[in-house]
Write a protein that binds this ligand. Structure first.
Ligand SMILES: [Zn+2]
Length: 319
């Protein structure tokens, strides 16, 4: 078993996968485990216990951080609601501390990822900045004076479920027309299917792919074909960038940050959409052309930001 400086485990519990990493105090990932995210409370507890046990057979760790795509209480003990997970009004921190036999820190996944970018990414250069993470959905966070801003009730900020289309696409959160149904990895797939259904660009490789294997169309397919220059895939990316720009404009209008960091799994393909999104943001703020706007940069940690950030937070909370 490896013993060394104080290692912690960061677990990012997302809608699709549960990813766990052993992280050192500098934020370096030492080891990883991954499982699909189960859909029941019992199976989710078991999966967390399983990845922690697996990593502890190989490393001595002092604490565990859970980064969860959920509304958590301001005291960071419980999950109120998680659009993509089975947890509803459930105490997590103390229960998992007992189950795992290690101190547990519970954190919103976007807050955790923002903390990773604060310590290791563009956030190092800013005191007050906003995080806009795009993966399966959208995660938002705000850092003010180098601290995570939690709002009065622990749920702020939440950019992904702003209603942008009245009566629009259904969202797993129970509402319709949420921003992340138009601007996320899963939205790429939804937009592609809509465009194909309306018969636009019938000669595209994306449409042909869909007609031969409808289930094979994912956000990754769209990105890959866009890189090949497929006209329909490029149109889908353009639509995504428009929605992102409008989302960034809302962030700018409400928070007036000096920096917005675009993170999450989709950010690795930022070269395909970010310039367009920034231009769209500039066009959609009031007083456009007469006010300074946030610098928009991509995060450096990608989809690992939440795991790394919550592992660092667990280390800080349990020195
Ligand atoms: Zn929603």
């Amino acid at each position: 078993m490896a013993t060394s400086e104080r290692l912690t485990i960061g677990i990012d519990i997302g809608g699709t996968n549960l990813r766990a990493a052993v992280v050192d105090p500098t934020g370096r990932i030492i080891d990883v485990e991954q499982l699909p995210t189960p859909s029941s409370v019992g199976a989710l507890d078991t999966a967390i216990g399983h990845v922690v046990a697996a990593l502890r057979t190989r490393h001595e760790v002092v604490a565990v951080g859970l980064a969860v795509a959920a509304f958590i209480t301001a005291d960071q003990t419980s999950v109120r609601f998680a659009p993509h997970l089975p947890w509803r009004d459930i105490e997590i921190r103390d229960r998992m501390t007992r189950v795992l036999g290690l101190p547990v820190v519970l954190e919103h996944d976007a807050n955790a990822a923002a903390w990773g970018e604060q310590i290791l990414g563009p956030g190092r250069e800013a005191d007050t900045w906003a995080f806009f993470a795009v993966g399966t959905g959208i995660g938002g966070a705000l850092v003010t004076d180098r601290k995570l801003y939690r709002g009065e009730f622990g749920t702020a900020p939440e950019f992904g479920h702003l209603t942008v289309v009245q009566g629009g696409r259904t969202c797993p959160c129970g509402k319709r027309g949420c921003l992340e149904r138009y601007c996320s990895g899963s939205a790429l797939e939804l937009t592609a299917r809509e465009f194909i259904a309306t018969g636009r660009h019938p000669r595209s490789a994306l449409a042909e792919h869909y007609h031969s294997a409808p289930e094979g169309i994912t956000g990754r397919t769209v990105v890959r074909l866009a890189r090949d220059g497929d006209p329909l895939a490029l149109k889908v990316i353009e639509d995504f960038a428009c929605w992102m720009g409008r989302g960034l404009a809302v962030v700018q209008e409400i928070l007036d940050p000096g920096l917005i960091v675009v993170g999450g799994g989709v950010s690795r393909d930022a070269d395909l959409f970010l310039d367009h999104a920034v231009a769209e943001m500039a066009e959609n703020v009031v007083g456009a052309g007469h006010r300074p706007l946030a610098r928009v940069e991509t995060g450096v940690l990608g989809a690992d930001a939440g795991m790394i950030g919550v592992a660092l937070l667990a280390g800080t909370a349990n020195p």
